[in-house]
Design a protein around this ligand. Structure first.
Ligand SMILES: [Zn+2]
Length: 424
């Protein structure tokens, strides 16, 4: 454990420390954030962390509309120019880039939390890790400093060159690799990595690494243990990291970020209890450049608060999918990632790649929901298999699917994030 005195502190004591940080952060927002001064005007902000749910949620779009040519960050910017040491962009595919400024202290806190999250995987000082992140403009670049903080020998190979990656695994014999789950799966389709030196595969950047069937397939193919990490650009990198128990990601950024759960439809606060599911909402506790309060992450997560055998006391989460991907079929919420999980159980008859192709625009869909399921290598389409998959999806997810089996390799692969939903 990288910081046992922090990571094993009883959660109640953590919340007491967080309450004090939160009160200071709130006063800072009211003093320095034009965005929150306007948003919180007329609202009683006198409560502590226990009363945080009485304050409004922050939507990404609200921040976006405050950007101007004079202030491209947005009205949430609190720090002065000379306080800012780094400005990242988020890799959003729509509209203008979203700029994430950081003070020196913010950057240091990001790295501290990220280092704890990655170290939870069991990787330790002196070991070698191959990374496939592009350090360029995106926040994931800051995670690279976390590898230094842990004391690893870091071998950056970047994205876009599979041969270079495989060669570096063969020749430099790393203990670990860090990549997206899609890429980890993609590599297995063309390379035999079971006998490689890699003992740990750290996945991040998209949900999926925690789906039991998918994970089992990665572990089998790599001959290595798979754990996941997760962050969100607007709040922090690799805020969460899974430990060797593999029962969800611990909050590595504890003390820097407060986590809540809300109902994705109504926005109502939900109890962060064991087994609870909902949308993850995050609040900065000690941020200076552009701190956010009750930020809606759009990540739909399941929470575990039962004691973890590793000794870390923070709650754990598993990401079930993005609420942006969520579809509602006859009143039932459906996550494409959950469909992928059910379908993956049919491997090796299927490859594990799926694409959901909604017929109607928007969230609400009429059944049956069209799902393209890619066959495994050398497998021929078979009516019985399609029916069996549709039946299983109906049993597990209570949604009627129209399964179309497609040829092996026909679902587009990505080195970064796979798209599970394709609209007409
Ligand atoms: Zn644990």
């Amino acid at each position: 454990m990288l910081a046992p005195e922090v990571e094993t502190l009883p959660w109640k004591q953590q919340l007491a420390l967080d309450d004090a940080s939160y009160r200071v952060q709130l006063a800072y927002l009211l003093d320095r954030s034009p965005f929150y001064r306007a948003k919180l005007g007329g609202i009683d902000t006198g409560g502590g962390l226990a009363e945080i749910a009485s304050l409004p949620l922050t939507e990404k779009e609200e921040l976006r509309v405050t950007r101007t040519p004079e202030n491209p960050v947005g009205a949430q910017l609190c720090a002065t120019e000379d306080e800012i040491v780094r400005i990242y962009s988020t890799s959003g595919t729509t509209s203008a880039p979203n700029y994430i400024p950081l003070t020196a202290g913010d950057l240091d806190n990001w790295i501290t939390g990220s280092a704890r999250s990655y170290a939870a995987s069991g990787i330790a000082a002196g070991q070698r890790i191959v990374s496939t992140y592009n350090a360029g403009p995106f926040v994931a670049g800051a995670a690279l400093a976390a590898f230094d903080r842990i004391g690893l020998c870091h071998i950056p190979v970047g994205t876009g060159n599979t041969e270079r990656l495989v060669r570096s695994i063969e020749l430099l014999r790393p203990h670990a690799v860090v990549l997206t789950p899609s890429y980890a799966a993609y590599l297995l389709e063309n390379h035999d990595l079971r006998g490689s030196s890699v003992e740990r595969v750290l996945v991040a950047g998209e949900p999926g690494g925690g789906e039991p069937v998918f994970r089992a397939r990665l572990e089998e193919g790599w001959g290595a243990r798979v754990t996941e990490a997760m962050g969100i650009g607007d709040i922090g990198i690799s805020l969460w990291g899974e430990c060797e128990e593999q029962e969800g990601m611990h909050l590595g950024a504890r003390g820097f970020v407060h986590a809540e759960l809300v109902d994705p439809d109504s926005g109502a606060a939900l109890d962060l209890g064991d087994g609870a599911t909902g949308e993850l909402v995050l609040t900065h506790l000690r941020h200076r450049a552009a701190p956010l309060l009750r930020f809606r992450t759009r990540d739909h997560v399941e929470v575990r608060t039962s004691p973890c055998r590793c000794g870390r006391t923070s709650p754990r989460i598993r990401c079930l999918g993005r609420t942006d991907d969520m579809l509602i079929v006859r009143g039932v919420n459906v996550f494409p990632a959950a469909i992928r999980e059910v379908v993956s159980a049919f491997a090796p008859a299927v490859s594990g790649q799926i694409v959901v192709r909604p017929r109607a625009p928007g969230v609400k869909q009429e059944p049956p929901l069209p799902v393209s399921v890619e066959l495994g290598p050398g497998v021929q389409p078979d009516e019985g298999l399609a029916h069996a998959i549709a039946k299983r999806v109906r049993e597990v997810l209570v949604v009627q699917a129209q399964v179309e089996l497609v040829a092996p390799g026909s679902v587009p692969r990505s080195e970064y994030k796979s798209r599970l939903v394709e609209r007409l």
